[in-house]
Design a protein around this ligand. Structure first.
Ligand code: PLP
Length: 408
């Protein structure tokens, strides 16, 4: 196991040396929105554009071949990272949102009618709500929602009750981006599979914190975004079991996804290209591969151990502040602490923290229905990454106390 040296790690992230408009050192606690990029990833992308840039799968020239090799190596890297069986099971998309839309449109659309149901949970990000609502609108299918208890844990008995012969898919987040609940996805998958129901996991908030093994999980689909795992924006992954993907129609039409085109009839390409219409985000894929290399080198176990330590430290310090109410106290939580301070508006608290150079998220966190369940208009959200430190957390506590003084 490599030694986890926080000071050396921080040097890899050039942005962490930034100062804000008050000349305060940046303290970045908005990692659930997007993570910062290490210089290794930035340099890989610069090198790609400086030396390799070309289109993939098309040219006979050496640059196109090099770009194609890098792009396909990136696919192979993702395959290994999540322990998929085949590289054809790795589809490059724009991000988690597009991955979920792909499944909604391709896996479900032609098969659903008004007798069918899709199950999601109360904890979902809008990306794992709206595509299913749109699907239901055009097929007549019904959306069923697993309720949560007051801690923010899904009520498993209610989930079991929702499963029926009408259920076509369960789509559920691994970790809630708004309140940090870690869902028991292993049991969700096992229970759904016992009734032959496929499961999609929204891994947008777990891929960067937990070792993901799609084979062990036995999930049917797994979606994540490159930018939340220290890679670039505009690239993401849909993993799907080969036998499912093979039987799904293309999601978008265009170049790359065809075998042969005539005005009378078009035949489609094989996996994974069937789902990759148009020029892909080649630099994004190469950058994502570099990010996965980077965290693999640090060690996923090292990352998990360190993150657990700072998460517990942060939870303890924040909940000790007089007037704090933590929203979401699930049995298992990770990396995200959402809170309210007295009756202050989260935005006002966030603005004071911003003055201190501390970047947090305030508002609904793209989880409006969840905020409604808690009868609140939003929270202040602190989300951690492995480059954060206990010193930063102590500065946050100081700044929250300052906000309280200034605003009350
Ligand atoms: N799902 C969850 C749980 C998220 O946290 C996010 C983004 O915050 C998404 C989906 C959407 O990800 P993206 O905007 O990268 O597509």
């Amino acid at each position: 196991m490599n030694e986890f040296n926080i000071h050396r790690i921080r040097e890899d992230f050039p942005i962490l040396t930034r100062r804000n408009f008050n000349n305060k050192q940046l303290i970045y606690f908005d990692n659930a929105a997007t993570t910062q990029k290490p210089k290794q990833v930035i340099e890989t992308i610069v090198n790609y554009y400086k030396n390799i840039n070309s289109n993939v799968h098309r040219g006979v020239h050496f640059l196109s071949e090099e770009a194609t090799t890098k792009f396909e190596e990136a696919r192979e890297k993702v395959k290994q990272f999540i322990n998929a069986d085949y590289s054809e099971e790795i589809i490059f998309v724009r991000g988690t949102t597009e991955a979920i839309n792909l499944v909604a449109n391709s896996f479900c659309k032609n098969k659903l009618n008004e007798n069918d149901e899709i199950i999601i949970s109360s904890l979902e990000h809008h990306s794992n709500i709206v595509p299913w609502q749109m699907l239901c609108e055009c097929t007549g299918a019904k959306l069923k929602v697993i309720p949560i208890d007051s801690n923010g844990d899904i009520i498993f008995e209610e989930f079991i009750k929702l499963l029926s012969e009408k259920t076509r898919l369960v789509a559920i987040t691994h970790i809630s981006n708004a309140i940090g609940t870690v869902n028991p996805i292993e049991e969700v998958i096992k229970t759904a599979h016992s009734k032959s129901i496929p499961v999609l996991i929204d891994g947008a908030q777990s891929i960067q914190h937990k070792k993901i093994d799609v084979k062990k999980l036995d999930c049917d689909f797994f979606a994540f975004s490159g930018h939340k795992v220290y890679g670039p924006t505009g690239i993401g992954i849909l993993y799907g079991k080969k036998e499912l993907l093979e039987n799904m129609p293309p999601y978008q039409g265009g170049g790359e996804m065809i075998q042969s085109v005539s005005f009378e009839k078009t035949t489609y390409n094989t996996l994974p290209y069937k789902f990759e219409a148009g020029t892909p985000n080649i630099a994004g894929a190469v950058g994502l591969a570099s990010a996965l290399d980077y965290i693999t080198q640090i060690g996923l176990d090292n990352i998990a151990t360190y993150e657990r330590e700072i998460f517990e430290f942060a939870t303890e310090k924040i909940q000790d502040i007089d007037g704090i109410k933590i929203i979401g106290t699930a049995k298992e939580k990770a990396n995200i602490i959402s809170f309210l301070l007295n009756n202050l508006h989260p935005y006002d608290v966030g603005a004071i923290l911003d003055n201190e150079g501390i970047a947090v998220r305030t508002g609904l966190h793209c989880a409006e229905p969840l905020m409604k369940i808690f009868s609140i208009n939003g929270t202040v959200r602190v989300s951690l990454a492995f480059y954060n430190t206990k010193e930063e957390i102590l500065k946050l506590v100081e700044a929250i106390n300052k906000a309280k003084k200034l605003l009350t």
